[in-house]
Design a protein around this ligand. Sequence first.
Ligand SMILES: *[C@@H]1O[C@H](CO)[C@@H](O)[C@H](O)[C@H]1NC(C)=O
Length: 342
Amino acid sequence: MVANIQFHHITLALIFCSALLAFQVTSRTLQDASMYERHEQWMARYGKVYKDLQEREKRFKIFEENVNYIEASNNAGDKAYKLGINQFADLTNEEFTSSRNGFKSHMSSSIERTTFKYANVTAVPNTVDWRQKGAVTPIKNQQQCGCCWAFSAVAATEGINKLKSGTLISLSEQELVDCDTKGIDQGCEGGLMDDAFKFIIQNGGLTTEAKYPYKGVDGKCNTKAAANHAATITGYEDVPANNEQALKNAVANQPVSVAIDASGSDFQFYKSGVFTGSCGTELDHGVTAVGYGVSDDGTKYWLVKNSWGTEWGEEGYIRMQRDVDASEGLCGIAMQASYPTA
Ligand SMILES: *[C@@H]1O[C@H](CO)[C@@H](O)[C@H](O)[C@H]1NC(C)=O
């Protein structure tokens, strides 16, 4: 009798174990298969084609790692923002930052002190969104060219031109990429927004996106197109560094070019919500602050226009936490802000 019971126990235990094992094996394979399927669907969605099977396998592994990271981050639920599987999901963070971010911090350090016309601005609104005032063109896409600096400077120029003339005109980044060799500006290899403003001033203006369309690669300057001036600026000013209040005064008056550290994985896969980091302050990306506000849960944010298409972030925009403890601002957003003057 006793022996019989023991036998039953053993049998039951064995069945249970092998059943669990079988279940694990099956679910593992299913997971791999579904990940492979997801990669395939993702490839179709973004029109990705790999040169051979080896490359595809390598990209699949990176995709899998990124998807696992994104889902773990979202499932943890401890962040105010969500990540998403976007067009950058088959790139390592290193590959991503080296091909997209082209802001060159003041290496040669020819920092010229400018005046700041919004120094004594006192009453500014609690919320500003320049899109609602028709001063922001639709989201653009720099593609695989490190000319974020051109997109940032152009968005700020489009903004001041609308405020001055009443007309919103989409202006040419490619003109800056091809024709601007001011300071350290080097097309797809990087540049500075201030140097872009200098070029626009000395060139006598900038032509339209339509007359000098974006190509996403370095090219020879089309001097005929560049001679057309759809918008002009008379100068530019730097916002006093490391002062989010000064930045607020400026953004309350016009869209402002800002430099940020966009090198983190969470920035690469940002989808929605108020981004709170983590990030450093090694400025490597130029974007445009087109407003600010306070989210439903009371978090203050900067409304930032990026140039990575509408699939990234909130239809191409990111809300970045404002008034953080560090004077540099989140990701260094208050370190090197500047704007063109009419
Ligand atoms: C701001 O106010 C100070 C003190 O009154 C003055 O010296 C400065 O010129 C003003 N700046 C601007 C840009 O108006």
